[in-house]
Ligand binder design. Structure first.
Ligand code: IDP
Ligand code: MG
Length: 145
């Protein structure tokens, strides 16, 4: 089954949006395979966003994720088509394209403070899960479906 990595960024944590945002993923068919709160280390944040290393906003982006004594909430969800479905729940990163009903439409302030990250492909999900959960995932299987 497909897995995706979801992260509530520091702005979402600081605004007490953790429970509200996790609640958006309680769709039937999604299973929670990992959940933790941690300080994001710079090396992990840089590796996470390495594809964007050439962008002018890269230092600000890494700075945001690692700024001060902040935390991120990292989650792994598993399910059929979970990557694309979670991206739909999250919404577009570009403010001019925020779709109503998405997490970002409801809570993002601007593109640089858009409260949440979600993997965009199977490859990036694999990379991000390995990066943020080097200890491995919670090993259980839902027996209700
Ligand atoms: P995504 O988060 O929707 O996948 P990406 O294009 O992968 O969007 O960009 C990663 C993150 O980089 C965005 O969520 C946002 O925090 C930041 N970002 C993207 N474009 C800009 C920009 O033009 N200015 C400032 N930050 C940006
Ligand atoms: Mg992205």
């Amino acid at each position: 089954m497909e897995q995706t990595f979801i992260m509530i960024k520091p702005d979402g944590v600081h605004r007490n949006l953790i429970s509200e945002i996790i609640g958006r993923f309680k769709c039937s068919g999604f299973h929670l395979k990992g959940l933790k709160v941690l300080n994001a280390e710079r090396s992990i944040a840089e590796k996470h966003y390495e594809d964007l290393a050439g962008k002018r906003y890269f230092p600000a982006l890494v700075g945001d994720i690692t700024s001060g004594p902040v935390v991120v909430v990292a989650m792994v969800w598993e399910g059929d088509n979970v990557i694309v479905n979670c991206r739909k729940i999250i919404g577009a990163s570009d403010p001019s394209k925020w779709e109503p009903g998405t997490v970002r439409a409801d809570y993002a302030i601007e593109i640089g403070r858009n409260v949440i990250h979600g993997s965009d492909s199977i490859e990036s999900a694999r990379k991000e899960i390995a990066l943020w959960f080097p200890e491995g995932l919670f090993g259980w299987k839902c027996n209700l479906y």
